[in-house]
Design a binder for this molecule. Structure first.
Ligand code: ADP
Ligand code: MG
Length: 252
C-alpha cells in the first residue's frame, strides 16, 4: 500500500456463498486517476467484488487497501468517510425527498455525520451546500427536475441522481455498478459523456459495465472476471481480441 500510484489494492480476495465460489483469488490494482472497468458475464462476481470493496460483504480471505487504509473490517459508512463513493446496480435514493434534497443529504452527512434529525428541517438555511448541490445537479443534466420528488424520476434519471449524490462528496474513488443499465441509447450516451467529463477532472473510477460500447469508450484498463476468477487484465485493445474473453461471453 506504500505505492502512491495505487489508489486501490485488492489482494487475494475470496468469497463464497454456501459453497458457490463467487470470487476466487482476485488481485487487482487501480491506479491514481484511471478509469478501470470490470467486465464479465452475468454471475461473474462483479457486484460481489464491489460489495466487498465498500464493506457490504466481508471477504472470506484477502484484503482491500485504499489510500493506505485497510478497508477489510470497516463499515460502509467508515469506508465512505475515507473517500469512497459508490453507485449501486439498483439506485438507492430517498424517494420521498426532492432531487435537490437528495443531493444535499450526502454533503450534510459528510459534514455532520449520518442523519439522525428530521431531514426536512435539516435543509433550512444551508445556502452554501444548496448552491453546490444545484450546480452538481445541473452538471448531471437534472436541472429541470430540481424540485421534483425522486420517486417521480425515470430509472435513468434516478441513476443520474445517485451519481450527483456521489459527486457532491468529492470522492477520491468512485465505484459504479452498471451505471447505464436499463437506459435507452440516448441516455447511455449522455452518461458516457458525463463520465468522460468526470474523468478529465482526474477522479479515479472503477466501473462495472455490461455494455461493451461504454467500456471501450471509457476504460483505461480492463479486468475480466468469469466464474469468480480474473481471466484477463489489460488495456482495451489487449482485451478486445483476447480469445478467452470472447469465449467467456459466448452463450450470453
Ligand atoms: P455479477 O455482478 O457479475 O453478475 P454477482 O457478484 O452478483 O455477479 O454474483 C456472483 C455469484 O454469486 C452469482 O452466482 C450469484 O448468484 C451469487 N451471489 C451473489 N450474491 C449472493 C448472495 N448474497 N447470496 C448467495 N449467492 C450470491
Ligand atoms: Mg452485478
Amino acid at each position: 500500500s506504500g505505492v502512491p500510484d495505487k489508489v486501490l489494492h485488492i489482494d487475494d480476495v475470496h468469497k463464497s456463498f454456501a459453497g458457490l465460489h463467487a470470487l476466487s483469488n482476485v488481485d487487482l490494482d487501480v491506479r491514481h486517476g484511471e478509469t478501470h472497468a470490470i467486465i464479465g458475464p452475468n454471475g461473474a462476481g462483479k457486484s460481489t467484488l464491489l460489495n466487498v470493496c465498500v464493506g457490504r460483504l466481508p471477504p472470506d480471505r484477502g484484503a482491500v487497501i485504499f489510500d493506505g487504509h485497510v478497508l477489510t473490517g470497516k463499515t460502509p459508512h467508515e469506508i465512505n468517510q475515507l473517500g469512497v463513493a459508490r453507485v449501486f446496480q439498483t439506485p438507492e435514493v430517498f424517494l420521498d425527498l426532492s432531487v435537490l434534497q437528495n443531493v444535499m443529504v450526502p454533503a450534510l452527512s459528510k459534514r455532520d455525520g449520518p442523519f439522525k434529525l428530521n431531514p426536512f428541517a435539516a435543509f433550512a438555511g444551508e445556502t452554501e451546500i444548496r448552491d453546490e448541490a444545484e450546480a452538481v445537479i445541473a452538471s448531471v443534466g437534472l436541472a429541470d427536475h430540481m424540485r421534483d420528488t425522486a420517486s417521480s424520476l425515470s430509472r435513468g434519471d434516478k441513476r443520474r441522481l445517485e451519481l450527483a449524490m456521489c459527486l457532491i462528496q468529492h470522492p477520491k474513488l468512485l465505484l459504479l455498478d452498471e451505471p447505464t443499465a436499463g437506459m435507452a441509447r440516448h441516455d447511455t450516451n449522455a452518461t458516457i459523456d458525463l463520465l468522460k467529463r468526470i474523468k478529465e477532472g482526474g477522479m479515479t473510477k472503477v466501473i462495472i459495465e455490461h455494455d461493451m460500447h461504454v467500456v471501450f469508450s471509457l476504460a483505461d484498463r480492463i479486468t475480466v472476471l468469469a466464474g469468480g476468477r480474473i481471466i484477463a487484465q489489460g488495456r482495451p485493445e489487449e482485451i478486445k481480441n483476447n480469445p478467452k474473453v470472447k469465449e467467456a461471453y459466448l452463450g450470453e
